[in-house]
Design a protein around this ligand. Sequence first.
Ligand SMILES: O=C1NC(=O)[C@@H](c2ccccc2)S1
Ligand SMILES: [Zn+2]
Length: 260
Amino acid sequence: GHHFIPFCIIISPSVWHKNYPVAQGNRQSPIDIVPHQALHDPSLGPVVLNYDQCTSMNITNNGHSVVVQFDDSDDRSVIQGGPLDNPYRLKQFHFHWGEKGCHGSEHTVAGNSYASELHLVHWNAVKYKTFGEAATAPDGLAVLGIFLETGDDHRWLHVITDALYMVKFKVSTTVNCFNPKCLLPSSLHYWTYLGSLTTPPLHESVIWIVLREPIIVSEKQLGKFRMLLFTGEEEDQRIRMENNFRPPQPLKGRKVRSSI
Ligand SMILES: O=C1NC(=O)[C@@H](c2ccccc2)S1
Ligand SMILES: [Zn+2]
């Protein structure tokens, strides 16, 4: 009879080290951030986000998350300052979430996780020619992490969550001028540490900047992420996209600095 080989085989984080030994490396992400053990570093200036021009292109369900991609052919959308020595170009943002309210973020704060975590992924185009090259360099990427907590509706997240039905399966659709500045909390106080990609290939190439203040989104808005599928339309199995987060990894002596 028909034996469909599922296109979508979900590999659990606990076995990633078999194909990616760096999974057990010395600067893996995410981590549990313990605020009172973080080192306040007065030399850490504010993080500056220049996202003022509209460079968003499309929204894609890539089988792991939902990603909004940006035109990174020039420096129109960059992050700089804080722990960064150069401006880093915005490449994409995406989310991680769970199957129910209290779990879903990748970083945790004093052992507590949030419902979801937004990652704005940037790369060092001053030192490297492509994102791919930067993704393998120790100072190649800068990811801004923002926690999502459930409460009232987030008035701007609607632009994303109302488009999710169009990318239920692994597909892509255009998104007009979306400025991710509207997804920032009021305070840009942050923790920063040296870490890695949180999905394979887990390269140890990320300067992490995690904002302390979460943004508030409604359970209804979060629920729309959970109706996305890991699987494509052509597959007969329908596997809901949820719990696409890696659990915290050992600190291995790293110092977390805080701007606070
Ligand atoms: O912060 C991260 N979240 C992810 O899903 C990882 C990733 C991997 C490749 C490209 C962009 C991001 S790194
Ligand atoms: Zn991520």
